[in-house]
Design a binder for this molecule. Sequence first.
Ligand code: SAH
Length: 464
Amino acid sequence: MTKKRTHLPVQKNERLEVTFQDLTHEGAGVAKVDGYPLFVPDALPGEKADVKVVKTGKNFGFGRLMERHTTSTHRVDPPCPIYHWCGGCQLQHMDQEAQLSLKREQVINALHKYMGREDIPVQETIGMNEPWAYRNKAQVPVAERDGELIAGFFAKRSHHIVDMDHCLIQGDQNDAAIQVVKNILKRYEIEPYDEASGRGVIRHIVARNGRLSGETMVMLVTNGEELPHKKKLVEAIRSEVSGIHSIVQNINKKKTNVVYGERTEILWGEKYIEERIGKLRFALSPRSFFQVNPVQTEVLYEKVRQFAGLRGNETVIDAYCGIGSISLFLAEEARKVYGVEVIGEAISDARKNAKLNHFPNVEFSVGKAEEVVPWWRAALGVEADVIVVDPPRKGCDEKLLQTMIEMKPERIIYVSCNPATLARDLGILSDGGYEVQEVQPVDMFPQTTHIECVTRLVRKIKER
Ligand code: SAH
């Protein structure tokens, strides 16, 4: 049982000296006062500072930095002028080396906290040579301020939009496309959407770019079917956006934070843009998920390939397959690959991509992995040698983990974007007879606190 606190070790408005030990997911420094965590923005591990307590809760409190007494050798000037307001990046004030080791530490801590293990090898995080301008997709909310259209990013912990002229982690072509479209919308006086009243037209500007193909897609998310000056807008976007290949309108009439609505209409050009990862070509439709950092995606997938250790005669399952990118990456070296994904549109893309790359040995199904994989096994007699999972933040469904344990593949490759649920699931797989051999963090999201890693598990041979 944890001991109940009778009174807190700090009081509101108190000023005290602390030393920071860690960072939160939002990038705030964490200092402990008699075991009570205080979260303070703009503080780095190792730094000593005077802070003022601004808020206290039962289990943690918040402080403001008053005076820094020591400065971390890893502190750098954040290059982005709106870094302190924008909620997009959290680690620009930390150098690359420290960002990479922080991410590795957080994986190690999660394995310890949620799995009770300290002996699993966690490799050094693989970073990018040039950790800027890496994103292939910009999804920018639009609003009105002082009668003008602004487009930018949500401020930290809020729904207030910070206007943005330039985003340093966005690919150059996308970054430029957003500004060009913003100016076109201003020129034609298109009314921005207002969250509070539900009135106005433009909710989001989205730009996606195929890094190697150079193809750009612009999507306008609107509050209804109507888009004033549609023809002229399309003409202007066509002539002013570099690499333009596709212009689409997505209609979202709902009063919701969800960005996209169900209906998408092509206003001009192709339905898809192309992206390439390694030798493979991928057609991306407007709403389908694709990894946002194509350079590091190749590094990540190469690790998956290496961990899978295929020799050409294996059956592979790729669960949570999105548009089938890992499936296709492994298809050349496998006898057969089965992919499953819950979004139908992504599976249509996956099938198209299998054809585009001439792989007859992959098969895709729409559905929940935890339902489709047991069905493949029961109805089709599928036996897998290797299973790859790449679930969303909440991790794998327990039923899928149990099915995997029963199917006894030789190897499991677990791609994860959340060390906490990764550790929880590795605990279950480890109890089910798998040895966790190594974890490889790959920095897919430089300047942010997001962590991605690939884990290799091998079945322990049991005597019967
Ligand atoms: N492996 C892909 C996509 C990973 S993102 C890639 O590398 O690009 C995780 C995917 O899991 C998303 O496409 C999401 O739609 C899908 N998903 C979420 N819950 C699911 C479930 N229960 N069963 C199958 N797919 C699911």
